[in-house]
Design a binder for this molecule. Sequence first.
Ligand SMILES: Cc1cc2nc3c(=O)[nH]c(=O)nc-3n(C[C@H](O)[C@H](O)[C@H](O)COP(=O)(O)OP(=O)(O)OC[C@H]3O[C@@H](n4cnc5c(N)ncnc54)[C@H](O)[C@@H]3O)c2cc1C
Length: 475
Amino acid sequence: MSDSYDVIVIGAGPAGYPAAIRAGQHGLKVACLDEWKNLDGSHSFGGTCLNAGCIPSKALLESSELVHRAHAEFATHGIRLTTVEVDLAQMQKRKAGIVKTSSQGIQVLFKGAKVTGLPGHGRLLPGRQVEHSAPDGTKTVLQAKHVVLASGSTPMALSSAPFDGERIVDSWGALEFAAVPKRLGVIGAGVIGLELGSVWRRLGAEVVMLEALESFLPMTDQQLAKEALRHLKKQGLDIRLGAKVTGAVVKGGVVEVSFADAKGAQSLSVDKLVVAIGRRPQTAGLLADGTGVALDERGFIRVDNDCRTGAENIWAVGDCVRGPMLAHKGKEEGLMVADRIAGQHAEVNYKTIPAVIYTAPEIAWVGQTEEQVKATGRPYKTGVFPFLASGRARAMESTQGFAKVIAATDDDEILGVHIIGPLAGELIAEAVLAMEYSASTEDLQRTIHAHPTLSEALHEAALAADRIAIDIPNR
Ligand SMILES: Cc1cc2nc3c(=O)[nH]c(=O)nc-3n(C[C@H](O)[C@H](O)[C@H](O)COP(=O)(O)OP(=O)(O)OC[C@H]3O[C@@H](n4cnc5c(N)ncnc54)[C@H](O)[C@@H]3O)c2cc1C
């Protein structure tokens, strides 16, 4: 029967499309459904990450960082520019091109793995059936041996500052501005808010960030968070902590934002307001009655450690289930599920999921923060190496930040690595691999790092944990 599959995946974001491809690589008959609609109404695969998240944000972060460097650093390098002009239309065109090529790439990959990509909505019915509603309205019921739910997440709205799609926008809207706003408000100084705020600040906007929490980046190692806050404020991001937004109205072409902080009721006028207060799982219209799939109290699809929902042969992966909302976490879950469906053993090591914030300097970490380790009561040691002491960082004119290693005193096992500095997002990969193999600081100390590279900072931080660093004094 042509409408019968071994595996049907609902959602072709970074969790769903790798699951579909891996299942195809196992020789299974696979369909992957996705209803994503671009702003022009066209369809594309890749989900939030590729169309409105990771990729377009990094494209604009890269372009805007070059603008910043041209203004702030080129003269130090001995490069004189008389003017630096920003052509935002070209920047946006470049970004759109990258997104388009990447999405088309998924179709090529589907073809290679013999996955049937089906644009349109998918709804799980009882008995492992999936109702597919095609963009032309045609409905078909498909049968599967296994179904993988990978429906992702959507931006959370704030009732006191409702989206209007024009002046008050979500993170996607903030990636699409056709002009640099003179004054930009960002509600939420989390990962997404900081990245978007950085883009528009570097392009010349005055950026005010209102964060309801009193602490900055509470999930990160606080030594790192303190350093980050210092650098970001220096760049002109006006980050206000403990600022709770109470209302936002559009009046005369500007957004009047009211908020309360330690000083009492305050107000702010901005040209655009971005609401970046987090994301919630996307499950609307996904589950018919009687499927046996349950949601938890926060709306996430309930799964066990192996991403089984509890309904026979129904799995769920990515942002729609518990755990950090990160593309690479979803990808590993998708691959694990596809391998398990094919009868192989596979698992995800949730203790070694790296996190990266693509500000300048970049922020990246894996494992436990010093605060978390301290709370366990286990004796530990730390080693910190500043990029100021790195020859490569000095040559790059990027000496901000440090690498920090936290390890157990008893058996020397590395418990966490935290980096703020140039290309921290790339450097953290070595720490992830080290922790995946339960490495000790001695393993890192005895691993040869090429000179002069930024990666030497991690080597030296591991040496510093035992007070035997070479390129900094040991205290
Ligand atoms: C601005 C921004 C920047 C980000 N940057 C990063 C980053 O640098 N690194 C990182 O790791 N993460 C980043 N993220 C988070 C990342 O985008 C998500 O973690 C990731 O996209 C989750 O993948 P997913 O496959 O679970 O869901 P999604 O990417 O949300 O994909 C789900 C797909 O399922 C489709 N779908 C949903 N329901 C149905 C249905 N019933 N039928 C058919 N299709 C359906 C949706 O249309 C969508 O295409 C960023 C997010 C944003 C918003």
